[in-house]
Design a binder for this molecule. Structure first.
Ligand code: SIN
Length: 303
């Protein structure tokens, strides 16, 4: 018998799989096709203080081994999330959930975390300082150690729940930013968000997505994600949620060997909504193949 259990900031997970924010709605949509309680947890749709319609369409472009999105943090705003989305989620998911939060100022991050903090089902905050699709928010906080740590310090002051910071790969020194977040009190690091990318249509000779650029995700970015998780694991003591192009049990194991305590699955959910159940089912066989008894034991094993 193998064990898939792992732990994230003091909360035990039945397995390391966490569908990534923006690829899993508020969970109840996927609960129509399988029992989402089989997941470790999931990170719900990025939530902001005010409702957001998102960017103009088209905002998705398929690419080789991946896709570009420029959704622009479309969400109903924190009040409606609390009023409408979380009660629906509670009916189909009995585990702690990860609340993904974005903002356009430190005050907005604080407001949204403070409002959500009262929600019992929220186990962790995933503070997104890395959305590449909005101007003046998100990623601008994630591209400097000082700005990222100012967000962390401010949200840590209003919640006792673990704060995990989601970092952008679109930086020159990921380690400096991760270390600054740890020093500011972050309880965990989540990486990577999408890589800024672009696709041009040969017929129209124009960018495919209306916002011109967007976040590139999917299997093509996995080596970048593995490299960044590996580097950050060497530099910080807090746990890492690793993600970026993960789509198989083998990928999950590779990501944990790099240093991840839990693993986010993003674009794979959009290709196959059953991706997560398939990976969970496949993990014991792949663990046995590679002589792994406890997934927990392999975290950082490649170092
Ligand atoms: C988006 O809504 O634009 C994607 C969110 C993100 O990349 O953080």
């Amino acid at each position: 018998m193998v064990s898939l259990k792992t732990e994230l900031c003091g909360i035990e997970l039945d397995n390391p799989l966490i569908p990534a924010s923006g690829t899993f709605g508020f969970g109840y949509e996927f609960a129509e096709i399988y029992d989402i309680n089989m997941l470790g947890s999931f990170s719900f749709k990025g939530t902001t203080k005010d409702p957001r319609f998102g960017n103009p369409t088209p905002r998705i472009a398929e690419c080789d081994r991946g896709m570009i999105n420029s959704v622009g943090l479309q969400n109903p705003g924190v009040e409606k999330v609390i009023e409408n989305e979380l009660p629906k989620l509670k009916r189909c998911f009995s585990k702690p959930v990860m609340a993904n939060v974005s903002g356009f100022s430190v005050e907005e991050y604080v407001y949204t975390v403070e409002r959500l903090d009262k929600e019992e089902q929220i186990g962790w905050f995933e503070v997104n300082v890395s959305c590449p699709n909005v101007h003046g928010g998100g990623m601008s906080f994630g591209t400097s150690p000082e700005a990222a740590s100012s967000v962390v310090r401010a949200v840590k002051a209003v919640t006792k729940k673990p704060v995990i910071v989601k970092l952008s790969p679109n930086v020159t020194d990921i380690v400096a930013i991760a270390k600054a977040c740890e020093e500011a009190g972050a309880d965990g690091i989540s990486l990577i968000n999408t890589l800024l990318g672009m696709k041009i249509d040969l017929k129209s000779k124009k960018p495919v997505v209306a916002n011109k650029m967007g976040g590139f995700s999917g299997p093509a970015i996995k080596p970048v994600a593995i490299r960044m998780v590996y580097q950050v694991y060497e530099a910080v003591k807090i746990p890492i949620v690793g993600g970026g192009g993960i789509s198989s049990a083998e990928d999950v194991i590779e990501m944990m060997l790099a240093g991840a305590s839990a693993v986010e699955i993003g674009a794979a959910n959009l290709v196959d909504p059953m991706a997560c159940p398939k990976i969970i089912e496949d993990l014991p066989r792949v663990m046995e193949k590679y002589g792994i008894k406890n997934l927990k034991d392999i975290i950082g094993g490649a170092h």
